[in-house]
Design a protein around this ligand. Structure first.
Ligand code: GLU
Length: 495
């Protein structure tokens, strides 16, 4: 019988929710769903100095935004809880003691001052940073006495000093680690909390995790973890280290902080920033699945269900993947175009409200089709439609009204004719279209020479949604008022 697949996403709530973490969560989720397995969310909150309650909120919110549902974990519970490591201290203490008894760990009484001294000394001697194993050879009976006397101490791992260990990684294949590079890593801190290494291994075992899928930045912990599994006498789960995510240039790990592009645009790296910028969760989900995994060498747009069906560890790449903002934007635009007008409208409305526009849904349903093809993120919507909602257009230079191969008088002539022609219509799309086309002909102008002045007059800028639709939606009063204003702007410019 095939074993039941159990995977976990095990974030430490210490800061913002980085897309790297989201990609790890997503691969675990896809793998679990593909295998009819269980996806567990475990909160690794044993580092009390770095713990941040807001970070936990952002994590849960971010997973919900992406539509990643966990089967066990915070809020939903499960048979293997608690799912917060800070609530499992006794379990770790118990297991730490076992390792000590079996001789795989030792108590270390070195003071922070001594450790500082050691580190300085090692630096001077150009040795790798680390602990000099001073307490490793203490007589266990003596150590026990010191512990009983209440002396402050920590527990360290007794790693083998010679030889090497080879791990098998489902993505990277065999990886060999020489023992000479390993540290006697800390397992329990003096505050009674375990370190990542101990808590992570103990929980993965006790929670029956079958596969560990995590970022490649954890691969150096692998030899320590394997020794811990061996020390406890446990079989380790299948290990799979997901490829690193690199900066868009392909150089260096993807930044932990948000920066700005040379043109001043924000380069988000946190999930909430992508959400704020108006990326659709389904587009981000789709994109994240492609960071280090592919279905074939061409298919890009895949629904969540398709991704679940198609996901496999075999097709996870072993080489790092560069983050690609353009590709994400392109996918997002494609997803935006696929939405129904109602659906897109409902997603745009909060962005318009946040930008301070008082918007009526019915009206927006008329406007949405005009920008659906043009926006790549929901965040672009307010700037694309602002002139529909502003009482007065921001001031613009009269020269904007003047077409490329034309002059002020041509613009004036075009607008005066437009005003006259439009006044005679009922502002339905059909009559607006017919009357303006007839006007172009009667004046003997080129389309652009007639339409640019009108466009700038009603929108305040040269780039806008299709003109006839725009006039139709703006309606008679606003359109004619704005054309009048443009006419007087042009007239004044003569003085
Ligand atoms: N708590 C670790 C993190 O923050 C978990 C690493 C692992 O998956 O083992 O990513």
């Amino acid at each position: 019988m095939q074993e039941h697949i159990r995977v976990r996403f095990a974030p430490s709530p210490t800061g913002d929710f980085h897309v790297g973490g989201a990609r790890t969560a997503l691969f675990n989720y896809l793998f679990a769903r593909n295998q009819q397995g269980t996806f567990i969310l475990r909160i690794e909150d044993t580092d009390r100095k770095r713990y941040d309650a807001k970070a936990l909120e952002r994590l849960l919110q971010g997973l919900r935004y992406l539509g990643i549902k966990w089967d066990e974990g915070p809020e939903v519970g499960g048979d293997y809880g608690p799912y917060f490591q800070s609530e499992r201290r006794e379990i770790y203490q118990h297991h730490a003691l076992q390792l000590l008894k079996k001789g795989h760990a030792y108590q270390c009484f070195c003071t922070p001052e001594r450790l500082e001294q050691v580190s300085k000394e090692r630096q001077k001697q150009k040795l790798l940073p680390g602990y000099d194993r001073h307490c490793r050879t203490l007589d266990p009976a003596e150590a026990k006495k010191r512990v009983e006397a209440g002396e402050r101490h920590i527990l360290r791992m007794k790693v083998p000093l010679d030889g090497e260990i080879t791990a098998h990684d489902a993505i990277r294949g065999h990886i060999t680690f020489p023992h000479s590079n390993l540290q006697d890593a800390v397992l329990m801190k003096s505050d009674g909390f375990p370190t990542y290494h101990l808590a992570n291994v103990v929980d993965d075992h006790l929670m029956n995790i079958s596969h560990i899928l995590r970022g490649d930045e954890w691969v150096n912990s692998l030899p320590l973890h394997l020794h811990l599994y061996n020390g406890f006498g446990w079989k380790p789960p299948v290990m799979a280290h997901l490829p690193l995510i690199l900066n868009p240039t392909g150089k260096g790990k993807m930044s932990k902080r948000e920066g700005r592009a040379p043109d001043g645009r924000l380069l988000p790296v946190f999930l909430q920033s992508f959400q704020k910028a108006g990326y659709l969760p389904e587009a981000l989900f789709n994109y994240l699945a492609l960071v280090g995994w592919s279905y074939d060498d061409k298919t890009e747009i895949m629904s969540t269900d398709e991704l679940i069906q198609r996901f496999s560890l075999e097709r996870v790449n072993s080489s790092p993947a560069a983050w690609n903002y353009e590709k994400l934007e392109h996918l997002n635009g494609a997803y935006i175009r696929q939405l129904s007008v109602e659906n897109l409208t409902d997603r745009i409305l909060p962005f318009l409200q946040a930008a301070g526009f008082r918007v009526n849904r019915e009206r927006m349903i008329m406007i949405t089709p005009l920008i659906q093809e043009r926006i790549k993120t929901l965040g672009e919507a307010p700037a694309a439609v602002d002139f529909f909602f502003l009482e007065n257009l921001p001031d613009y230079d009269y020269r904007e009204l003047v077409p490329k191969k034309g002059d002020r008088l041509m613009a004036l002539k075009a607008l005066e004719q437009a005003k006259q022609s439009l006044e005679a219509t009922d502002f339905s799309l059909r009559t607006v279209d017919a009357s303006l086309r007839a006007a172009v002909k009667s004046l003997g102008l080129k389309d652009a020479q007639m339409f640019q002045p009108i466009r700038v007059a009603v929108c305040g800028r040269k780039v806008s949604p299709p003109l006839f639709e725009t006039l139709h939606v703006l309606g008679r009063d606003i359109s004619l008022k704005r054309i009048d204003e443009a006419i007087s702007k042009l007239q004044k410019a003569a003085d």
